[in-house]
Design a protein around this ligand. Sequence first.
Ligand code: COA
Length: 251
Amino acid sequence: LVARDGPILRVRFNRPDKKNALTADMYAALADALTAADEDASVRAVLIEGNEAGFTAGNDLADFLSNPPSGMDAPVIRFLKAVSRAQKPLVAAVTGPAVGVGTTMLLHCEFVYAADTAKFALPFVNLGLCPEAGSSYLLPMVAGYRRAAELLMLGEPFDAPTAQACGIVTRVLPAAEVLEAALATARKIAERPAMSVHMTKMLMKRQLQSTIDSVVSEEAGHFLALMHSPAAKEAFAAFLEKRKPDFSKVG
Ligand code: COA
């Protein structure tokens, strides 16, 4: 759901029966919304939020199997490029599970408010995949190499205080206060002079942007190739069949 709230563009994941898992159509809508926000001077901040089901369970694994992204024009890649190059300030409200891209997209947000009950995970290796959204570069930078290795190479869920300690989250709050805190920050940002806010974001990212761009593309190439690997096929099938994956024969 994409809606205007005065100068704020609110983008809400809205697929509660599937924990807001993201399909190709949803990625396309997200990419379009972020691109349109950058082109619309009246948008002063973008708020990314979930609903009662949480933030987002990341890539829809069933959609990935039946409708695998192919090539750099795939909606998921368009979204990763749009969020990692967004010019407007991004604010996120994480009230529940944020898995995979649900966590990695937060690395591109300037402000991230999370519920003390929210759970995060970067399960790429457990799915036979590799990091995406620039996370192989940004997470070691914000969390430190050792903590990034733990989160990306074990892929186990972690809690909101850990996400904050790793630099993924700005502030941890009781669940009922998260959306209001995120909205209050979005409104504050919207009141600041737009050009100064824009310049500040641009200058803070100036040295990083070209590296982020090339890492996002490089990761995407590996990710798209790995999706067709026996390990990923086994992991996706296991998830849909609600069983533990068996990687003993797939390498
Ligand atoms: N893709 C497709 N369907 C998903 C999904 C995903 N990423 N995440 C959740 N769903 C579906 C489940 O299959 C289930 O569908 P069903 O009711 O038809 O069986 C429904 O959403 C509810 O999920 P469930 O696992 O029962 O909820 P939970 O509260 O126990 O756990 C999560 C929530 C997010 C922790 C868990 O669903 C999960 O780990 N999802 C997979 C996340 C993932 O691996 N993402 C890909 C990253 S690349």
